[in-house]
Ligand binder design. Structure first.
Ligand code: IVH
Length: 679
């Protein structure tokens, strides 16, 4: 192999990818693949130090700032981190530290701080005499972009610190977006026809690098501080002390940072974080390990690109590239046709992915995928895998374009796309695909929860024409079921009993199970509170429906259409004959102590888990808020409540302790406090 040539190639590749990643927020390859290329370059340069040039990406950070923002020169460079991918790399890290510190001559004992590596955007905040003066992006490490106004819109960034004495502090940390917030934002963007953010990092970057800070203000960004450019500006002598000190100043710091007295403890903590990862509200892509003692950090110093005293242990990549074999078009319960990518199986974050959603026609057309394309696939948490994009650069001309069908792939009926709606729909109410999906929904957990009638069994019953419509479920007999392939007396008994139990559902649940368009769980519950029986609802006028607070024109119109369909009328007659009678709700929510109240929990709760707290609110007629908004009526502050509490106070909202919350709903709290739950 021509080493010099490969090195040149790698440098060009890395420069291009770094530019796309840092400057354009539009990466072509996954982080994992970038790391591999970077590693290859570093390895080759180590073997051939004579080939190292000052402009190699290994010697500096590859990004240059966007010129639309004013430039900020960082007084001290904002460095990157070297990566560790396995335990061997971590042991090698410690060996290097000990060698550098001349351990043979002067023995040292190393203790480490292990912190989550948040997947966001690195920023620097400059405070003078405790006042936030300037904020910037990392940029190329020495020069970044001035995004002071944008950063000031983030509620977890204090404008003033609880300390006015320190002349100057250069705080470093990460701006990021919660997973749920990203999903919501992408959902809105999908509806609005805007391109989706591939990951939380792109979302944070895209939201911060908006010339108009008002746009940033509308994005739910958060900040966590992890360091100070020059620890000598502080009274602290270790990273552990620094995190506590910053917390006392009012800067948010991670609650997941742990001191590790040895590298073995570091490894244990890495496994813990890896297991905890998917339960966190935000995405982390690894763990940062730092030598705790500042004096040792100083002795170890920095290399060109990264400090010697820290390393990033990366989790396995959750993005990967693979080949698109074909595109299938799936017909859902409401007739919506979803394009699904059929992929050459690839491992993404420990799971083999061979199918990925392409959302809808607009997204599909924007991505312009071709069969044979190399595509970037991503899996975030437990979410369905998705295709981020095709890697156009890898095309050789043999790829075949795929067109959205104009007829339903299942029933052949013409498809319809309503102007202004993203979805394409099969509008044939008799389409077998829609019928089967509706049946699956009806008996699923989100529907009447008929145990034993899951997706597979329902498919079997549907294909055998034993169940073609909802009423068919209620006339199934033990004999019919017991004789089916894969069934027996026991499973037939179980399903018959579950069907029996589903004969008198509560009205709201029943309405939700029917899958009427625009009638989800919430609307169904509102209908249950308003109408005493199904008959009453069936005869309700549009005006009556529109009077219900919380029901809009779309849902009201859809309900009227549904109940005026003659086929639906026939279905209800058959249901009645089969003895299916939905029951009115137990009692009006208006009598409940929390009706009309919108409650937000923050901080660590000591007498309740989050799930219990949410259930209590719902059971007592209230609603749950996830952020501080004008709608929210009460905030229940647990221990260590911070930014949300502050914001709620600013908005003049009612603040309750956990005890006061229990009193409000006349509930006895548990006396033994449970362990703090990581939220
Ligand atoms: S320390 C000189 N600590 O990871 C030390 N970085 O490649 C440099 N990051 O973009 C950073 N969480 O913004 C440090 N707890 C943490 C971090 C962290 C995330 C980011 C950092 C930088 C990248 C380093």
């Amino acid at each position: 192999m021509d080493v010099a040539k490969r090195i040149r190639e790698l440098r060009l590749l890395l420069q291009e990818h770094a530019h796309r990643y840092y400057v354009l927020d539009d990466p072509l390859i996954s982080d994992g693949e970038y790391d591999l290329l970077f590693h290859e370059l570093v390895r080759l340069e180590e073997q051939h130090p004579e080939l190292i040039t000052p402009d190699s990406p290994s010697q500096h950070l590859g990004a240059i700032p966007l010129d639309k923002f004013a430039q900020v020169v960082h007084r001290l460079p904002m460095l990157s981190l070297e990566n560790a991918f396995n335990t061997d790399d971590l042991h090698a890290f410690e060996d290097r530290l000990l060698r550098f510190l001349n351990q043979d001559i002067a023995p040292v004992s190393l203790s480490y701080m292990a912190e989550p590596k948040i997947d966001g955007l690195a920023v620097e905040l400059i405070y003078e005499q405790g006042k936030l003066l300037q904020g910037s992006t990392r940029g190329d490490g020495s020069k970044g972009e001035d995004i002071t106004a944008q950063l000031k819109t983030i509620s977890s960034i204090p404008h003033k610190l609880q300390d006015h004495a320190t002349p100057r502090l250069e705080v470093r940390g990460e701006v990021f977006m919660d997973r749920e917030a990203l999903t919501l934002l992408n959902h809105e963007r999908l509806q609005g026809g805007e391109p989706l953010f591939a990951n939380p990092r792109n979302a944070a970057a895209g939201s911060l690098r908006q010339l108009d800070p008002a746009i940033t203000a509308r994005r739910p960004l958060k900040f966590l501080a992890y360091g100070i450019a020059d620890p000598a500006q502080t009274p602290c002598s270790s990273q552990q002390e620094l995190l506590v000190w910053m917390g006392n100043l009012g800067l948010p710091v991670s609650e997941l940072a742990r001191i590790c007295p040895s590298i073995t403890d570091v490894i244990t903590r890495f496994d813990e974080l890896a297991a905890l990862r998917h339960q966190l509200d935000y995405e982390i892509d690894g763990m940062v390990v730092k030598v705790d003692d500042f004096e040792l950090q100083q002795r170890l110093g920095n290399k060109a690109r990264a400090p010697r005293w820290a390393i990033a242990c990366k989790f396995p990549a959750i993005q990967a590239t693979t080949r698109l074999i074909s595109v299938a078009f799936q017909v859902g319960r409401t007739g919506a046709v979803t394009p699904v990518a059929i992929l050459e199986p690839v491992e993404v974050g420990g799971v083999t992915v061979s199918r990925a959603t392409l959302h809808n026609r607009d997204e599909f057309e924007r991505k312009d995928l071709r069969v044979g394309d190399t595509v970037l696939v991503q899996r975030a948490g437990d979410v369905i895998p998705e295709v981020v994009k095709a890697i156009v650069e890898k095309r050789d001309g043999s790829e075949q374009p795929v067109a959205m069908p104009i007829h339903c792939p299942v029933c052949g009926h013409a498809l319809l796309k309503v102007v202004g709606e993203a979805v394409t729909r099969c509008v044939n109410p008799h389409c077998p695909a829609q019928r089967l999906r509706s049946l699956i929904h009806f008996s699923s957990k989100a529907g009447l929860d008929i145990d034993g009638l899951g997706k597979k069994s329902m498919e079997q019953l549907f294909n055998l024409q034993l169940v073609r419509d909802i009423p068919d479920i209620f006339v199934l007999t033990h004999e019919q079921l017991a004789s089916l392939e894969g069934w027996g007396d026991k499973s037939a008994d179980k399903v018959i009993a579950a069907i029996e139990a589903a004969r008198h559902p509560v009205l709201g649940r029943f309405l939700g199970a029917l899958g009427i368009r625009f009638v989800g769980e919430v609307t169904a519950a509102l209908l249950e509170q308003t109408f005493e029986s199904l008959g009453q609802l069936m005869h309700a006028s549009l005006a009556t429906l529109l009077e219900i607070e919380g029901i809009g024109e779309q849902a009201a119109g859809s309900i009227i259409d549904y109940f005026s369909d003659p086929d639906v009328r026939v279905m209800f007659d058959r249901l009645q004959q089969a003895g299916v009678t939905p029951e009115a709700g137990q009692r009006s929510q208006a009598d409940l102590p929390l009706s009309g109240q919108v409650i937000l929990f923050t901080g660590t709760l000591t007498t309740l888990s989050r799930t219990e707290a949410k259930k209590l609110v719902k059971d007592h007629g209230g609603q749950i808020a996830t952020t501080v908004t004008h709608n929210m009526t009460h905030l229940v502050a647990g221990e260590k409540a911070e930014s949300k509490l502050k914001k709620a106070k600013e908005l003049g909202k009612i603040i309750l302790t956990e005890q006061e919350f229990h009193e409000m709903i006349h509930h006895e709290p548990r006396t033994t406090p449970q362990q703090a739950v990581v939220k």
